[in-house]
Ligand binder design. Structure first.
Ligand code: M6R
Length: 612
């Protein structure tokens, strides 16, 4: 997704902006650019389709000297990803320059109005329209802040912007509506970004802008106001993680690092929240809604992509252990299908980034209808985390790889903790069952380590199947969503077509696809559906499909049915989705690297999808 970096201070801005843009690369982008105001108050810029490194290699550093500047990584929405459409954009007089995340929905109307006023445009973007609109007001008001305010009051849509004005070269103005933006306070300098990853290297003291706010940033001062010109006082917050946590630490890719971090990330999700003797769970963030959760007549879970898959597992386990009717909705559908929601309903919003536009929109709709909105979020201080009624952080740590891995297993762990909390107090989980679950939970990090140690086995299987054109993933019960997640991981990073199904559904259609070229991954760990899964495997074998099974260490029977086996330790059914997901993450990672795919920044994808 698009990324913004800005700098104003005593240092040369360019290196700081480039460094920040590189830290935002993980979000996914197709072009990049920078604009800097020099000592003579001239704006110089450079922008280009491609990667930040290419931009850095090509520009002439001399020309871009200056202590105030803005930079951008663009993920195209309006206009193809070429040099011209890359940000920063300018008004036609080159007085205003702007970088923008989001979509200006009424840009065509604004463009028509400006064209009638004699303005001309040289790009296909909505952002250039905003630059001209600011200039239009600047010409009559002769005040940059007022011009930005008046322009934004006409804009419909979403934006996070940072802009500079040649006629007032001592400031950067930023504003936000639906797209994250923050600034870090250093000594005599301010660093702006849409993501804390670009700031943490310089300072941990940050201020998050809220929707409908703008800020005027100078080297040694700042002022926050609403777009309607009301003063805002905002507390400085601390970024909670270190630079090392967002670096690769010797791993070839962030995705591999994050897969291998799961013994710790899972532990961080439950640390201090469960009593291992009794199984009692305490989630501080949910104290205010605990009674409501225990007495809930219905729970709805929503999210997108991987978070939606986590929600599906949540549905299975909440219904199984708490006997509360639970539904899972795509966040992108929720808002537009006029859902039947009342103030008695509880809606869980799962989001790694806490910024996904579809999930935010669903949250707003649920809140408008009076439901209690609970967040299950990773990024601390993110928009969803701030706007839900209450919530629990998954504490998986920064996830940089576009393909979600450790956040998924931590989302599952959070849902398990919520389930245990409700189940104990409702009496739907017995004391002895709770103790057994708590004991197994403690053993989980060690079991994840055992899976990680076997990664060469997964690599071997990946080599065998790296040229396959299609894959099927099948699972049942708690592991049906794991099949969906396995297929999504493979699709997004290796570009191999893959589908996930409940194993029994296969004979209602997908079985027509089976021949000797179709690898079928079965999640076949021992639980009450094991015998049924074996029957489903037989059906595939009879049609010559290649069988890859995820099976438990002590299962020898599975040898008779599998062409390849990915082993995992035994665990309780409630934890099997966590363990079974990890070999699937490795499988897709090794297939993608064997195909030379860019696993951390797969084509067309963004880490955080902040447009609808
Ligand atoms: O940040 P979020 O959890 O809200 O993101 C939701 C999806 O966009 C995300 O899970 C996406 O499907 C990932 N690329 C999956 O690996």
């Amino acid at each position: 997704m698009c990324g913004i970096v800005g700098y104003i201070g005593k240092r040369n801005s360019l290196n700081i902006i480039f460094d920040g843009l590189k830290r935002l690369e993980y979000r996914g982008y197709d072009s990049a650019g920078v604009a800097v105001i020099n000592e003579k108050n001239e704006i110089n810029y450079f922008k280009k389709a491609g990667k930040v490194k290419e931009l850095e290699n090509e520009f002439n550093g001399e020309v871009l000297e200056g202590k105030i500047g803005i930079g951008h990584t663009r993920w195209a929405t309006h206009g193809e990803p070429n040099d011209n459409n890359a940000h920063p954009h300018f008004d036609m007089n080159k007085n205003i320059t702007i970088v923008h995340n989001g979509i200006i929905e009424n840009f065509k109307t604004l463009k028509k109005k400006l064209t009638q006023e004699g303005y001309t445009f040289s790009t296909d973007t909505d952002t250039e329209v905003l630059a001209n609109l600011i200039e239009y007001y600047y010409k009559s008001k002769n005040n940059f802040e007022i011009a930005v305010r008046l322009a934004l009051s006409e804009v419909e849509g979403t934006y996070g912007i940072a802009c500079m004005c040649k006629s007032e070269p001592d400031k950067i103005i930023i504003a936000r509506m639906g797209s994250p933006l923050m600034f870090g306070l250093g000594k005599d300098e301010i660093i702006v970004s849409s993501d804390a990853a670009a700031i943490v290297n310089h300072t941990k003291n940050v201020i998050y802008l809220e929707d409908g706010e703008m800020a005027v940033l100078k080297r040694d001062s700042f002022q926050i106001k609403t777009i309607d010109d009301e003063d805002i006082q905002r507390e400085v917050q601390q970024i909670e993680y270190d630079l090392e946590e967002i670096e690769k630490g010797g791993f070839e890719h962030f995705m591999l690092k994050e897969i291998c971090e799961q013994p710790e990330s899972i532990q961080n999700t439950y640390r201090g929240r469960i009593n291992f003797e009794t199984g009692e769970v305490k989630l501080g963030g949910l104290d205010s809604v605990k009674e409501k959760l225990i007495n809930a007549k219905r729970i709805i879970i929503t999210g997108c992509g991987t978070a939606w898959h986590a929600g599906l597992v949540g549905e299975y386990i909440i219904e199984q252990f708490c006997r509360i009717p639970t539904e899972v909705e795509y966040a992108s559908e929720f808002r537009y299908r006029n859902p039947v929601i009342s103030k008695d309903d509880i809606v869980l919003f799962i989001s790694q980034s806490g910024e996904t536009a579809d999930t935010r929109a669903a949250m707003k709709e649920a809140q408008r209808l009076g439901a209690t909105a609970i967040g299950i979020v990773n990024v601390v201080g993110s928009t969803i985390a701030r706007e839900v009624d209450c919530g629990t952080y998954i504490h998986a740590g920064p996830e940089i790889g576009v393909a979600s891995t450790k956040a998924f297993t931590s989302q599952l762990m959070s849902l398990i903790l919520i389930t245990l909390m409700i189940g104990k107090h409702k009496g739907t989980i017995s004391e002895s069952e709770l103790k057994e679950i708590a004991k197994e939970l403690k053993a989980l990090p060690e079991k994840i380590k055992q899976i990680i140690e076997k990664r060469n086995d997964y690599k071997f299987v990946a080599e065998e199947f790296k040229d396959s054109k299609n894959f099927l993933y099948l699972g049942r019960g708690f592991n049906f969503p794991v099949a969906l997640e396995g297929a999504l991981k493979l699709k997004e990073i290796s570009y191999i077509h893959a589908e996930g199904y409940p194993a029994a559904e296969m004979k209602h259609g997908p079985i027509a696809l089976i021949d000797e070229n179709m690898p079928v991954v079965f999640i076949a760990t021992k639980d009450k559906t094991y015998d049924k899964i074996i029957s489903n495997i037989e059906e595939i074998k009879a049609r010559k499909g290649k069988i890859i099974t995820i099976a438990t260490d002590d299962d020898t029977e599975i040898n008779n049915y599998s062409d390849y086996i990915l082993r995992v330790p035994n665990t309780l059914p409630i934890f099997s989705p966590i363990l079974n997901s990890i070999p699937l993450q490795f499988l897709s990672y090794y297939i993608a690297t064997a195909r030379n795919c860019n696993v951390d920044q797969p084509r067309n994808l963004a880490k955080s999808v902040t447009v609808e």
